[in-house]
Ligand binder design. Structure first.
Ligand code: PLP
Length: 348
């Protein structure tokens, strides 16, 4: 792989204590072009602007997808990825749905490892610190023809991150009108447009004082699907419940990890449709003990309350919550603090 080193590295001048998420990027980026019907060898180059034609297809038709993953540094300074193969598989699943040519595994995995090791001094050790990795691909053919592009760009950029969403209060509004995804659509893909389309309904919820939306099924708004850009879990008494994945729900790697760990520590877990009615009645009869979101950005985020049909419900996190226990087990694997019986941790 061709590597061009950045001779003006910036990591020494970055204030790592005061980072706002996703605004500072590392010294290098990976770029790989699809032209003449094939993916060419990726290159690593200094982080820089890219120049595109105003007719670039992705800007008009949204043929673009991405992934989100993280690298973690242990106390000895070694850098680890968490289940990167899963991100690779999902990347190509998203590509396929958006009629983007799939990326060869070695370009994604080896390219990613090379890039992260080159910029490893941007990964700070200590729980909560990480390097957020953003692989993405977009249709780069200069054309306004409404058809699949014949050129694409696959790029990986990295941004140092501290844990975010760390407000103590995280209240969600149950969607009664808007939907994130519909049956037969692209909800299961990390397609750019899914996120763009969620900004407006989310901003309405935020204006009403909620932090995020709980998305419900687009057919009836009866069943709970996701919390913002996280999968969502409910604890009723000592049972943990999450919705099965379908074509409207993103198959989260954190979700999968939570389910596996819950099983292994003998938490009773049910993967089944969970209705808004059941949420409201369990909140009313006090059997609802916890609600939490699960995703790479935060691992697990306890939800402190929800609003539905103009009523607000509070959820008080119990001592020794499932959320805390499971989060610790996942982060201990990520930061190489504990053994990893699953083989989830991958060294750079
Ligand atoms: C990325 C994402 C998730 C979480 O997936 P992870 O693999 O756990 O990070 C959940 N829901 C949506 C809509 C997402 O985009």
């Amino acid at each position: 792989m061709e590597i061009k080193i950045n001779n003006n590295p910036r990591h020494t001048s970055v204030d790592f204590e005061n980072l706002s998420f996703g605004e500072v990027f590392t010294d290098h980026m990976l770029v790989c072009n699809f032209i003449n019907n094939k993916w060419n060898e990726p290159k690593i180059i200094p982080y820089q602007n890219i120049s595109i034609d105003p007719s670039t297809s992705a800007l008009h038709y949204g043929q673009a997808i991405f992934e989100g993953m993280k690298a973690y540094k242990d106390t000895k300074g070694k850098v680890w990825l968490f289940r990167p193969k899963e991100n690779f598989i999902r990347f190509n699943k998203s590509c396929k749905r958006m009629k983007i040519p799939e990326i060869p595994e070695e370009y994604f995995i080896n390219g990613l490892k090379k890039l992260v090791s080159l910029d490893s001094n941007w990964v700070k050790s200590g729980q909560g610190n990480s390097l957020y990795i953003r692989p993405f691909v977009f249709a780069s053919q200069p054309t306004v023809q409404a058809s699949p592009s014949n050129e694409y760009k696959f790029i990986i950029i990295c941004s140092p991150a501290k844990s975010y969403y760390n407000e103590s209060k995280f209240n969600v509004l149950i969607a009664e009108k808007f939907s994130r995804a519909s049956s037969g659509g692209i909800g299961y893909a990390k397609a750019a447009g899914n996120y763009g389309a969620s900004f407006y309904p989310t901003s309405i919820a935020q204006d009403k004082g909620y932090q995020q939306i709980i998305w419900t099924d687009s057919n009836e708004h009866k069943y709970i699907e996701e919390a913002g850009t996280m999968n969502v879990f409910f604890r009723i008494d000592n049972k943990l419940i999450t919705a099965p994945t379908n074509d409207r729900i993103l198959d989260g790697i954190t979700r999968k990890s939570v389910i596996q760990i819950a099983k292994d520590i003998n938490i009773d877990i049910e993967v089944r449709p969970f209705s808004v009615d059941e949420l409201v009645s369990s909140a009313n009869n006090k059997s609802l003990k916890e609600v939490f979101g699960a995703g790479t950005a935060v691992v697990i985020l306890p939800i402190s309350g929800f609003g539905y049909k103009n009523i607000d419900y509070n959820i008080n996190l119990p001592e020794n919550s499932y959320a805390k226990r499971i989060k610790k087990m996942i982060t201990d694997i990520q930061y190489n603090v504990s053994k990893d019986p699953y083989g989830w941790r991958v060294g750079i």
